[in-house]
Design a protein around this ligand. Structure first.
Ligand code: SAM
Length: 302
């Protein structure tokens, strides 16, 4: 790999300057270059800690050109510290492309961990935090946005979104219309003096912010889909099907015949043998009218 430099992804505070690690301060001091999303913002942080170092900008609209430059510097053996405006680089902030580019060139990459609003939002939500899905900011484009929310509708994990105050009400309404009235925790001003965690429901949040202008950036943490309700829905959706239709349903979903029959036996809480026998009986009585359910094929063993 030669003597390439190290790319450090350095997490910085999300509102409280005390939340900087000793290692972050050392790396910011010792790196050859600090690549910052907004150099003025980072300068405030550096000034506060009396750090003087070379700053270059690296943000969404110059990331290809500046990315190539930074990779060149790393290849020459320089150490680069990447910081975003707040929190962890790469989390709804520039960083992932640079890590990808560095990895491709075999450059060492490490992280100096620290704050990330998503983690604070989840652990303070009071909602299950063992499994969660981070969705970041919803896309602006209406169609893509709607698809994105639809895609997580049946996700049973806790869901996390980022949102800016001026879009909050719009996002709460869009989420409500697809996900239903779920529990939500709205975290704002995290780590700051007026930190607020409001554990409520989507309906109540909409009601409040229809009459009040929200202040500060938000982490929205929403409970996942109800596992039991989904199971009930799944059961009621196959209850109307005949056994043959039920097997065909799974085959159309992409399962092979054996797997489809296994799913049917699980759904109906009957043995695989019973499913098989019913299909054979059905097939014999229908005189091979149903080619989709060929129970005599070479792969069939139940
Ligand atoms: N990289 C950052 C991180 O690690 O959390 C996120 C950057 S993203 C551009 C900014 C969003 O993060 C905000 O719109 C908000 O959703 C969330 N956020 C950042 N700081 C926050 C804070 N102090 N309180 C609540 N949300 C915050």
């Amino acid at each position: 790999m030669g003597n390439t430099g190290m790319l450090y992804l350095v997490a910085t505070p999300i509102g409280n300057l005390e939340d900087i690690t000793l290692r972050a301060l050392r790396v910011l001091r010792e790196a050859d270059i600090i690549a910052a999303e907004d150099t003025r913002q980072t300068l405030k942080l550096l000034n506060h800690f009396e750090i003087k170092n070379r700053l270059v900008s690296y943000y969404e609209h110059n990331k290809t050109e500046k990315g190539n430059y930074l990779i060149g510097q790393l290849m020459e053996g320089k150490d680069v510290a990447l910081v975003s405006d707040a929190g962890s680089p790469g989390i709804s902030d520039p960083g992932e492309e640079l890590v990808g580019m560095a990895a491709e060139k075999g450059i060492n990459v490490t992280m100096v961990p620290g704050p990330a609003a998503v983690i604070a939002g989840v652990v303070l939500s009071g909602l299950p935090s063992g499994r969660f899905g981070f969705e970041g900011f919803l896309p602006v484009n209406k169609r893509v946005r709607s698809k994105r929310i639809q895609a997580v509708k049946d996700d049973t994990r806790t869901l996390v979104f980022y949102e800016a105050p001026h879009k909050l009400i719009h996002t709460l309404k869009d989420l409500r219309s697809v996900l239903g009235n779920r529990r939500i925790s709205l975290a704002r001003e995290l780590t700051k003096k007026f930190e607020e965690i409001w554990r409520t429901t989507l309906d109540e949040a909409i009601d409040k912010y229809e009459h009040e202008t929200p202040k500060g950036e938000f982490v929205l943490v929403i409970e996942g889909a109800d596992e039991e309700a989904l199971e009930r829905e799944r059961i009621s959706s196959w209850e109307e099907l005949s056994l043959t239709e039920h097997v065909r349903f799974y085959m159309e979903e992409g399962l092979d015949k054996k797997a489809a029959m296994k799913k049917v036996s699980e759904d109906r809480k009957i043995s695989k043998r019973e499913v098989y026998n019913s299909l054979v009986e059905k097939k014999e009585s229908s005189n091979k009218k149903d080619p989709a359910i060929n129970t005599t094929g070479p792969h069939h063993r139940v």
